[in-house]
Every structure is written in structure tokens, then in C-alpha cells.
Design a protein around this ligand. Structure first.
Ligand code: SAH
Ligand code: SF4
Ligand code: F3S
Length: 450
């Protein structure tokens, strides 16, 4: 008989970007051998991890209010004679380590994004009540070396972090401070992880990095994509997030030549005003961005372009905002994420004069959203009548319905049997909304005729 550790319950709540989603999965992987099994709620959990995001003020404040709730659960657990260990991980942990422990003494441990591989040891030490409570080293390499190579994917799509950190220092952004400098994982380790996932049924892989197209392994991201596309079973590859500065010719060519590379590109521009782009330290102009989009579309004409925008950056005048609307009009996005500028302590833009009124930000955000929503709806509507290959991922909300993704990352709702989950199937697109498509299975006889 094997001496198995008793089951303990682990609750992880994830905030922020997809890189945090990946990190949360890896935290679960590294804690599983210690007997921790995932719990869907924090009630009665032995270990609670909040994997946090620092990008905007609201994201950070959410963490403190959640911690207030978790503290009450911890007190209940203690009153019943049990223990609950509370860990704050992620970007707030990195940026505000000491402050977190001061503001919420119920927190046992604070672990930054490059230090979570130390969790088993840190937790053991905490339990022996002589622990260091703050681990915020910056050695991404040590982390990946320490993580288990095996992963247990939960579906047919998976994230895989290939690059971390940022050297760009956009003046509004905390990421270079919370994630450290740019670092790329060796291609061999990435390929091994990807093969393991494919062997367990993963069909679509999204390569992650704060600046994923700055991937610095030999041949850059394009070579990595080609290498992964050769893995049997991996039919779809995506990557996010990219910086316009690092979009090289090889990667643009890969979009024309590699079938597995999906026609979707998230390429944030932030603003359409050169004056604001300069103040943001973005190193591109509206015109250079438009020319880049032109080259990408020449390579892959049907590619869905998405982006990020910030309205109300310090000093943004009406004319600057109009330039943003103009650029959005010129690009014609498939979708985009829009944000009101949030002043982040310690970043250069926080100290700039000309901070914009909240009401003005609200108004600009609403106008920008209207335009982008109209473009998204139009992009989706253009798919109606087409037959698209859809990778079915899971059951939908309605009986007998499945949800999958089109090559353009649109959610597609289809009446289809469960056995098609994990399959890529031709679907006739019948209708479109702003966020999703409705489709129907193409009868086999019709397919044979094609
Ligand atoms: N590396 C990515 C972005 C990561 S942060 C890139 O450069 O594209 C994700 C998005 O959050 C950014 O693109 C930006 O639009 C937004 N963001 C970052 N800092 C912000 C701030 N201080 N206020 C509002 N939005 C912000
Ligand atoms: Fe932040 Fe700019 Fe780096 Fe993106 S490129 S993570 S916006 S500093
Ligand atoms: Fe947030 Fe950190 Fe990602 S600040 S957006 S969780 S890199």
C-alpha cells in the first residue's frame, strides 16, 4: 500500500490576464503531490490562493475586499478547530508585498509571479511557524526548472507560457515592475510541454507572454510556431499578447504559410495620436501601426485584428481622442479591449500633468466602445453564410448544444452531439451577434459533394 498524503482542499481564485490563468494551473500542479485537491469554493479550504492583478486600480482593490471575506472564513475555520492558510500570489503580491501583510494580517504568505515554485516549501515553513512570509524573487528560469513537466489539461485547449516579463516600460504600465525583464523559455522545454498536452488530447494551444512576439529563442516566435505545428494532434496555435515593435517579417510570413497558425492577432496600439503614443513611450506611430497592419493583411487577408486602447491618458485632448477614433476606423477591428486610464503609483505617467477628468474618460470610452462594437458586429455578420471549421470545446447552456471556436476566436453555438467535443468540424454559420455566432452542422452528404 502506498502512503498517500491525506486529501487537503485548495481554492485558487485568479484575476487578470491569461498568464495568471496559466500560473494558477501550475500552482495546482505543484501542490497536488502534497495532497492538495482543487475545491470550487473557499469554504472549508485548507489553502486559499488569490492570484492577483495589479494592472488597474480596480483590479488591486478587488483583492483587498476579497481578502476581507476570506479572513472571516479563516476565523470560522479556526473557531471550529481547523486551519486555513491564505496566500496572495501574482502581480499585487510582487508590487505591494509588505503593504498586503500590513493591510490584512490574516495573510500568511505573499508570493510573486516568479517565486510560486517555492510554494510547497514556503507553506511547510509557515506551518512550522517560522516562515519567511514574502517571496518575490525575479528568477523566471529557476521557476520553470522547478515546476513539474507533466500537466493535466482540463480540456481540448490549453495555455502555455513561453515568454515572461517586459522591457518596454510604457509609461502607464506596471508590468515591467511586477513581472520583471523579458525572458524566454528554451524551445526544447516548450516543445516537451506541448507534446505532453497534445498526447492528452489538447488540440489548440495558445502561447503566452507579456510580449510573446519578442520570444528570443532561435528563429524567434515564427520558428517556435513552426516547430510546434509539427506536433501530431496540435491542429491550432495562437499567441498573445504581441507588441507592434516585435512583429517581424518571419512571423508575418508564418501567418500565410503555417496552416495551424490561426488567423487572429491581438496587437495593441493603445492610442491613435502620435503625441500621446510618444508620451506613452510606445515606440510606434499611428501611421507605422497602420502600415504594419497592411503588411499583415497582405500576408493573411482574412486575419481578425484585435487590440487594446486606453482613453484619458494624461494630456489627452479631444483632437487626440478623435485621432484614436480615426485609427479604429482605418483598421476595422474584429474586436478590441478598451480601458480608462488608471493612475498607477510608481509609473512615470502617474506624475504627469493634465490628468483627465473621470467624466471625460467615461464619455470617450462610451464613444470608442460604440465604434468597436459596431465593427465587431460587422465582422461577425460577415461570417454568416460561410462554412467554418469549429473546434468544439464544451457543452453550451441549452440542452443538446455545444460551444466551439471559429479560427477567428469567435464562440460558435451549435446543436451537436457530445461526441464532437474535441473535434474540428465544418459548421455553417447561420447568424451573428456582437460576441458570438450561431451555426449548424453541415450534413455529411453535402460535404461529400464539395
Ligand atoms: N503587453 C501588452 C499589455 C499587457 S497589459 C501590450 O503591450 O500590449 C494589458 C492592457 O492593459 C494594455 O494593453 C493596456 O491597454 C491596459 N493597461 C495597462 N496599464 C493600464 C493603465 N494604467 N490604465 C489603463 N489601462 C492599462
Ligand atoms: Fe505594459 Fe507596455 Fe510592457 Fe505591454 S509593452 S506589458 S503595455 S509596459
Ligand atoms: Fe495583471 Fe500581472 Fe497580467 S498586472 S494583466 S496579472 S501581468
Amino acid at each position: 500500500m502506498s502512503a498517500q498524503a491525506p486529501q487537503k482542499r485548495l481554492y485558487i481564485k485568479t484575476y487578470g490576464c491569461q498568464m495568471n490563468v496559466y500560473d494558477s494551473e501550475r500552482m495546482a500542479d505543484i501542490l497536488a503531490p502534497l495532497g492538495y485537491a482543487m475545491s470550487p469554493t473557499p469554504q472549508g479550504a485548507d489553502l486559499v490562493v488569490l492570484n492577483t492583478c495589479h494592472i488597474r486600480e480596480k483590479a488591486t482593490e478587488k483583492v483587498y475586499s476579497e481578502l476581507g471575506q476570506i479572513r472571516l472564513l479563516k476565523l470560522e475555520t479556526q473557531a471550529a478547530g481547523g486551519t486555513m492558510t491564505i496566500v496572495v500570489a501574482g502581480c499585487v503580491a510582487q508590487a505591494e508585498g509588505e503593504e498586503i501583510m500590513r493591510r490584512q494580517p490574516a495573510v500568511d504568505l505573499v508570493v510573486g509571479p516568479q517565486a510560486y515554485h517555492q510554494l510547497p516549501e514556503l507553506i511547510a515553513r509557515t506551518h512550522r511557524a517560522r516562515g519567511e512570509r514574502l517571496a518575490t524573487d525575479f528568477a523566471a528560469e529557476a521557476k520553470f526548472d522547478a515546476l513539474p513537466t507533466e500537466r493535466r489539461p482540463t480540456g481540448v485547449t490549453a495555455f502555455l507560457t513561453v515568454q515572461e516579463g517586459c522591457d518596454k516600460f510604457c509609461t502607464f504600465c506596471v508590468v515591467p515592475y511586477t513581472r520583471g525583464g523579458e525572458w524566454s523559455r528554451p524551445a526544447d522545454a516548450i516543445e516537451a510541454e506541448a507534446r505532453g498536452l497534445a498526447e492528452q488530447g489538447v488540440r489548440e494551444l495558445t502561447l503566452l507572454g507579456q510580449n510573446v512576439n519578442a520570444y528570443a529563442g532561435e528563429g524567434g516566435l515564427a520558428a517556435l510556431v513552426r516547430r510546434l505545428a509539427a506536433i501530431p494532434g496540435l491542429d491550432r496555435i495562437r499567441y498573445t499578447t504581441s507588441h507592434p515593435r516585435d512583429m517581424d517579417d518571419a512571423l508575418i510570413a508564418a501567418h500565410a504559410e503555417v496552416d495551424a497558425l490561426m488567423p487572429y492577432l491581438h496587437l495593441p496600439v493603445q492610442s491613435g495620436s502620435d503625441r500621446i503614443l510618444k508620451a506613452m513611450n510606445r515606440a510606434h506611430t499611428a501611421d507605422s501601426y497602420l502600415r504594419l497592419i497592411g503588411r499583415i493583411r497582405a500576408s493573411r487577408p482574412d486575419i481578425a485584428i484585435s487590440g487594446d486602447f486606453i482613453v484619458g491618458f494624461p494630456g489627452e485632448r479631444d483632437a487626440d481622442f478623435e485621432a484614436t477614433l480615426q485609427l479604429v476606423g482605418d483598421v476595422d477591428y474584429a474586436t478590441a479591449f478598451t480601458f480608462k486610464y488608471s493612475r498607477r503609483p510608481g509609473t512615470p505617467a502617474a506624475a504627469l500633468p493634465g490628468q483627465v477628468d473621470e467624466a471625460v474618460k467615461d464619455e470617450r470610452l462610451a464613444r470608442l466602445n460604440d465604434l468597436i462594437n459596431a465593427q465587431a458586429r460587422a465582422f461577425n455578420t460577415r461570417q454568416t453564410g460561410r462554412t467554418l471549421p469549429v473546434l468544439f470545446e464544451r457543452r453550451g447552456r441549452h440542452e443538446g448544444q455545444l460551444i466551439g471556436r471559429s479560427p477567428y476566436l469567435q464562440a460558435v453555438h451549435v446543436t451537436a452531439p457530445d461526441r464532437l467535443i474535441g473535434q474540428i468540424v465544418p459548421v455553417h454559420i447561420d447568424g451573428a451577434a456582437r460576441m458570438s455566432l450561431a451555426g449548424s452542422l453541415v450534413p455529411t452528404r453535402e460535404l461529400e459533394a464539395v
